[in-house]
Design a protein around this ligand. Structure first.
Ligand SMILES: NC(=O)c1ccc[n+]([C@@H]2O[C@H](COP(=O)([O-])OP(=O)(O)OC[C@H]3O[C@@H](n4cnc5c(N)ncnc54)[C@H](OP(=O)(O)O)[C@@H]3O)[C@@H](O)[C@H]2O)c1
Ligand SMILES: [Zn+2]
Length: 382
């Protein structure tokens, strides 16, 4: 099950609204930002909007630049990204521009929505019925596995953005702030009230674009439940990237680890054989940088590209023990330790038996294995 990378994109007024209450769509961005959005669209495999936005804005969702479309075709991609909408009701206007412009289109809907849509949309539109409800994980799994979408740009509206962020399914938020006020109490907001991923998001870029400002954020705060899933994926990817920095060895794995506080603050990172120590492990190197009395360790998560070790000859305590002794009770990892150096090593069991929560994200296994290919038998290489 390969979910695409999910990028939420929207423009808001200074008072946080996506639109006003008038019948026309409120233009928040200027020409420079429309061009930036065109570039992001051209770099996406699919663009998704909610049925609400289709009904109010009647958008085309095209790539307008001839050069960008030509570049897509030259790269072997369809001229236009796949256009996707989501509707529970199936109350979609068959004359909307969405259906009659661009390339391939798909609708994710309920069984009753599909019944209602039957025969009304152009024949080339794929209608995917997902049962009594439309579950976002099912939508993303279908987009990833069946439609081959690796990068999904979501262009609103508020209800769609809110659900994806709150379910921990958004990997990035691209928010443009426009220098004007809406001031109407009934206007749609970017994010509605409710529970959100904990802690602060990480600001990865600010960019003036004409008279608006682009803010790019990624979720950072780990935690239990679906809310933090995107943060888990991002930090585990960072740990896997750190593994690639290890000095190569014929006798030990290359592993990366990051310790992250409950609010998303990075506490420490480490990798195997760091600082010229030929036997130091990644989790050990990261934890050694922290004060054992740091109160944030109790709520922290250790992200490690490889399952923490359960036994080792080079040190008195294996990493699973060091993690528990540090007070950490949550570990996210990409790859179960193979029998290469230690038989039936089961660090995950050591951790879970001691009451820690261990999450395995096997979609990162190949990334974790990549710097270790020379140590693996051909059948288990990435
Ligand atoms: N400023 C910007 O960047 C920007 C971008 C986009 C939109 N907007 C504005 O946002 C407003 C529209 O936002 P919105 O919140 O009303 O609508 P929306 O998020 O575009 O769409 C909501 C609709 O999508 C469907 N939907 C959403 N989640 C679903 C789920 N889990 N299962 C099944 N169906 C689901 C439902 O369709 P059905 O009702 O058919 O069941 C729902 O009514 C407009 O005013 C638009 O101008 C602004
Ligand atoms: Zn270890």
């Amino acid at each position: 099950m390969a979910h695409p990378y999910v990028l939420l994109s929207a423009a808001v007024s200074l008072d946080g609204f996506l639109d006003d209450t008038g019948p026309q769509r409120l233009l928040l961005s200027g020409p420079e930002d429309f061009d930036r959005v065109d570039e992001v669209r051209a770099a996406s495999d699919a663009i998704l909007v909610g049925a609400g936005t289709l009904r109010t804005d009647n958008p085309r969702l095209l790539v307008y630049s001839d050069e960008r479309r030509a570049a897509r075709v030259a790269a072997g991609l369809p001229e236009y990204p796949l256009k996707v909408t989501v509707s529970a009701s199936g109350a979609l206007d068959p004359d909307a521009l969405f259906w009659h412009t661009g390339g391939e289109k798909a609708v994710y809907t309920t069984d009753s929505g599909a019944e209602r849509l039957r025969g009304s949309l152009p024949a080339d539109v794929e209608v995917v019925a997902l049962g009594p409800d439309v579950d976002w994980r099912a939508v993303l799994a279908h987009l990833g596995d069946v439609k081959g979408v690796r990068r999904l740009m979501v262009e609103g509206g508020g209800r769609v953005h809110t659900q994806l962020l709150r379910q921990g399914l958004a990997d990035e938020l691209q928010l443009v702030v426009a220098p004007l006020f809406v001031g109407e109490p009934g206007a749609p907001r970017m994010f509605g009230p409710g529970a959100y991923p904990p802690g602060r998001m990480r600001l990865v870029e600010t960019r003036p674009v004409g008279d608006v400002v682009l803010l790019r954020y990624v979720p950072t705060a780990p935690g239990t439940g679906a809310l933090a899933a995107a943060a888990d994926r991002r930090w585990l990817e960072t740990a896997c990237e750190l593994a690639a920095q290890c000095p190569p060895s014929r006798t030990a794995f290359s592993v990366g680890a990051v310790v992250v506080a409950a609010d998303g603050t990075e506490l420490a990172r480490g990798h195997s054989r760091e600082g010229g120590d030929p036997v130091v492990h990644a989790e050990e190197a990261a934890l050694a940088k922290l004060d054992p009395a740091d109160p944030r360790l109790a709520g922290a998560t250790v992200y490690s590209s490889l399952e923490p070790c359960a036994r080792r000859a080079s040190r008195p305590a294996p990493c699973a023990r060091l993690i528990l002794d540090a007070g950490v009770r949550r570990v996210v990892t990409a790859w179960r330790e193979p029998d290469t150096f230690v038989r039936a090593a089961d660090g995950n069991a050591v951790l879970t038996e001691a009451g820690a929560d261990v999450v395995l994200l096997p979609q990162y296994e190949d990334l974790a294995k990549a710097p270790n290919a020379h140590l693996l038998s051909p059948s288990t290489r990435p």
